[in-house]
Structures are given as C-alpha cells and as structure tokens.
Design a binder for this molecule. Structure first.
Ligand SMILES: *[C@@H]1O[C@H](CO)[C@@H](O)[C@H](O)[C@H]1NC(C)=O
Length: 507
C-alpha cells in the first residue's frame, strides 16, 4: 500500500513538471510560413479530418505534401483524426481545411498540450509505473528511485511538452512490449511493439532486439516442438496487427507504396541538419555528401549499421536473457542513431528509453547517458526558446538521480558491470585495475564540457565566419560521448558471463 502511495506522489511530481514545461514555447511558434512541429501536428488533424483516407498520403490540390505532408505510419494519422474530432467540438476553426494554416491561439495551445498529456497518461506513464513496480529482484527503494528518475528524464519531457511531439506514445507502446515480454506474455508484447512501429517508423531501431530475443526464446523451447508453435503464433500476431493497422490502405497496392515512400524518404540524403551521429561529425572533415554518390552513402551506412549491430544480435539470439535484451535495445538503437541513414536529433530518445530501463542496474552510466542525450538536443531547444526549461529540468534530474541512487558511490567495477571485461584485460595486463578511476574522471570532464558549451551557446554570439560553431560543437561532443557509450554497452553485453555460467550450472 505504501509503495503505491509513493508511486502516486511520483506521478504527481512528473505531471507537475510536464505541466510547467508546457507553458513554455513550442517549435515554430509565430514563425510563418512553415512554423514547426506544432503546426505539423495541427495540420495532420486538418488533413485527416477533411480528406478521405485515400488522399492522406498523396499530393493533391487539397493536400500539399511540401507543407508538412504526413510522414508517419497510419496509427499517427488515426491519432490525429481522433484529436481532430475533439478539436471540431471545441472550435471548428482549428481544423478548417486551408483556412486553419498556421492557426495559433492560447486556447488552441492549451488544447494541443492537453492532447499530449492525455496520450502520455494513457500509454507511457502507466507503463513506467508498472515496469518499475514489478522490477524483479529489486529493493523497494530502487524501484521508487527508478520510477522517479525515468518520469523526470528531461529529454522526453522537453521534446513532447516543449518542442511538441507525441514520442511518449510510441515509446510507451515499446515499453509495454518490453514489460509484457519480460513476463512471458510474448504475443501481447509483440502486439504492443507492432503498435509502436505503426505509430512511428523510428521504432524500427528497437526491432532487432525484439526479433532476436523472441527468436532466441523459440530456439530455447526447441526448434521443432513448442518453439516452432510459438514462432508461428508470433508471426501470425505480427502480420495480423500490421494488417489491421494498414487495413484502410490495403485497397490498392499504390496506396501502400505511397505510404512507404512517405515513411522512408531515401532521397532526402544521408543526414539533414546537425545530428550528433557519425556522418554529420565526419562531414566536418570530409564533405561526404559531395564525395560519395547517394547510392553509395545508402549502402555504406547500411553496411556499417549492420556490422555494429551484429555481435549484440548474435549474442542475444544464442543466450536470450531479459537483462541482455534491455542492454541490446540500448546498444542497437544507439548503433542506428550513430550510423544509419536520415537520422533526426530527436531519435536519441529511442536510445534513452532503454537506458532508462537499466537505470537501476547501472545508475551511474545511465544517468550520464541521459544527461548527454538531453544535451545533444540543446541546439533544437535553443531554437524553440526552451533554454530555461532545459536548465531547470536538467538540474532537477541530476539532483534526483544523485540523491536517490547515491550514484557517485556506484562506480566500482561491479557496479559498472565491467568486472568480467577487466578480468579478461588483466589476463594480458596484470596491473590493470583502472576502470572506475577512468570513468569517474571522464564523467567530470564531460559534465564540465557540457556545462561550458551550454553557457556559451546560450550567451555568446557566434563569430561571423563560423555561424554554426556552437551547434556543431554540441553535436561533435555528443557524438564522441555516444561512441563511448556504444563501446560500453557492447562491452557489458559481450562480456556478460552470468548467463553462460547459469546455463552451465543448470545443464
Ligand atoms: C503538390 O501539390 C501542390 C498543390 O497542393 C503543388 O503546389 C505542388 O507543386 C505539388 N507538388 C508535387 C511534388 O507535385
């Protein structure tokens, strides 16, 4: 009973922070002709409400795709339609075809913010609470600490309630998927994950760990008997849930192809804008986009992403464990973020979600990653006028994590889960025992650097010759951090011997 009342207080705290951030500005506020993501979401309500489904993804005289054309899968479109019905009841002008373009008003902002909050309350927040409440082999204190840290993670709050998006819906469905799989409700878990993919195609970053974990489970049950039955049931669930989500578009092949073309715009190039991934960072040195043809860029990014995912996926398939699954979600999403094609800065949230899920296992590294991921969004947040919200939520988050996990005391090799790696290194270099020291010093350097860069971006005018110097520095620094974290996650996953040992014991 007491645990539930604590959880209630945490939820109220999380809601308060969300509510306060939502008073801030949003993407593209008062910036015609294109505005920003807020207008995109409003425009989709206008389009889905006024046009027949057949036209949603097509360029027509009523639907100019160059102006925020729908580029998310059907569930996002249905969600927009649902919001549009509510909008129509309150004020039809909000979704009037053509006439509502760039509509902005205080009541409308309140309405839009409320739709985000409702979606969050229905999908993401309950998933977090249930996930933390039922964490296995975890003390009550740790469960409470995890819940409060996850719900106060600034990155997601700032993007959804500041910038304006509905990431908590797709991330929430993915979290329900993890949660259900961890209790062996494999079919429901796959259904939840299919909903996540059908809300935002970026959820594909999580798809390989889901696939490998479930495949590994099937193998474990024996590939002919129970395992095969499970595999068939899973395949059926996935196909059926996709079919239901896409049903209105299944009238013609051309409809499906057009939606797919909108979801995967490969002709938009390797990257746009400043993203803290490897391609954007490398292109400071070499103008990759000019040197390589688009075809080669596509193949190169595909090959490197695939190679960086491979070890983790093989390990997860051969030794499926819940812990390995969560780490693999973080590492694979990070590989996609760093190496794949057409990545957006907000996609770092797809890495942050699984990192939130391991915060009770590796509090120090998770907190650090979550700080860096929020920092990597800084240029976007500055553009949206969310500096104050960024600083306050980040400081609050650090305080909560440091106090609730005593994270600075959790830096031994065991706490960092690097014991077996350092044992194998010691096999070659007997004097090696430096991980905790190295990691602690790196953390101090990193936090100082992020602090200085935040201050400089917020207060200084860039020199005329280098107008992009601050956003570029932020993305390079973040990218270096992410490479480091990718190595860390892979080290933990590949040197995880617990699984192997427990299997040997049982056999
Ligand atoms: C799409 O339609 C709009 C009018 O709604 C038109 O101005 C635009 O040129 C069209 N774009 C393409 C690529 O056909």
């Amino acid at each position: 009973m007491e645990k539930w009342s604590l959880m209630t207080i945490i939820v109220l705290l999380g809601l308060t922070v969300r509510w306060l951030v939502s008073f801030g500005s949003y993407s593209g506020a008062g910036k015609p002709p294109m505005y920003g993501d807020y207008e995109a979401q409003r425009h989709w309500q206008e389009i889905t409400y006024n046009l027949p489904i057949k036209q949603w993804y097509f360029n027509t005289s009523d639907n100019n795709l160059q102006y925020w054309g729908l580029d998310y899968p059907p569930l996002t479109a249905y969600h927009s339609l649902l919001c549009a019905y509510v909008a129509k009841l309150i004020n039809p002008n909000w979704i009037a075809l053509h006439a509502s373009r760039g509509y902005e008003s205080q009541p409308h902002k309140l309405f839009m913010r409320a739709t985000v909050l409702v979606a969050d309350l229905l999908v993401y927040i309950p998933a977090v609470i249930v996930y933390c409440y039922y964490l296995k082999e975890t003390s009550t204190k740790k469960k409470i600490s995890s819940a409060i840290c996850i719900l106060l993670y600034p990155g997601l709050i700032l993007i959804d309630y500041g910038h304006f998006q509905y990431n908590s819906v797709s991330l929430g469905f993915a979290l329900w998927g993890v949660l259900l799989l961890s209790y062996d409700w494999d079919l429901l878990g796959s259904l939840a994950f299919c909903l996540a993919i059908n809300y935002k195609q970026m959820e594909l970053y999580h798809s390989l760990p889901f696939f490998c974990f479930l495949l590994g489970k099937c193998f474990q049950k024996g590939f002919t008997g129970k395992g095969l039955v499970l595999l068939i049931k899973l395949a059926f669930t996935v196909v059926a849930s996709f079919a239901v989500c896409w049903l209105p578009f299944c009238t013609e092949v051309e409809q499906i192809l057009q939606v797919l073309r909108r979801l995967f715009p490969i002709d938009r190039g390797l990257f746009e804008d400043k993203v803290a991934n490897i391609w954007c960072t490398l292109s400071i040195l070499v103008k990759i986009k000019d040197v390589l043809s688009p075809q080669i860029q596509l193949k190169l990014s595909f090959a490197i992403t695939f190679l960086s995912l491979l070890p983790t996926c093989i390990k997860l398939t051969l030794q499926p464990s819940l812990r390995g699954f969560k780490f693999a979600l973080a590492s694979c999403a990070l590989s996609f973020f760093l190496f794949s094609f057409q990545v957006h800065e907000k996609s770092i949230l797809l890495v942050s979600l699984p990192v939130c899920l391991i915060i009770n296992e590796v509090p120090f590294m998770s907190t650090w990653f979550l700080l860096v991921s929020t920092f990597s969004l800084l240029p976007l947040l500055l553009k949206d006028g969310l500096l104050l919200a960024y600083i306050v939520t980040t400081l609050g988050f650090i305080t909560v994590c440091v106090t609730s996990f005593s994270m600075f005391e959790k830096t031994s090799e065991d706490d960092l889960q690097l014991k077996s790696l350092s044992l194998s290194i010691r096999g070659y270099m007997p004097s090696f025992k430096a991980f905790p020291e190295i990691i602690k010093s790196l953390f101090l350097v990193s936090v100082t650097l992020m602090g200085i860069l935040t201050l400089m971006s917020a207060t200084l005018n860039p020199p005329q010759r280098l107008p992009d110097i601050f956003p570029v520095s932020v993305s390079v620094v973040s990218c270096l951090h992410f490479l480091f974290f990718l190595m860390y996650f892979n080290a933990v996953i590949l040197w995880d011997s617990r699984n192997g040992r427990s299997q040997k014991k049982t056999s």
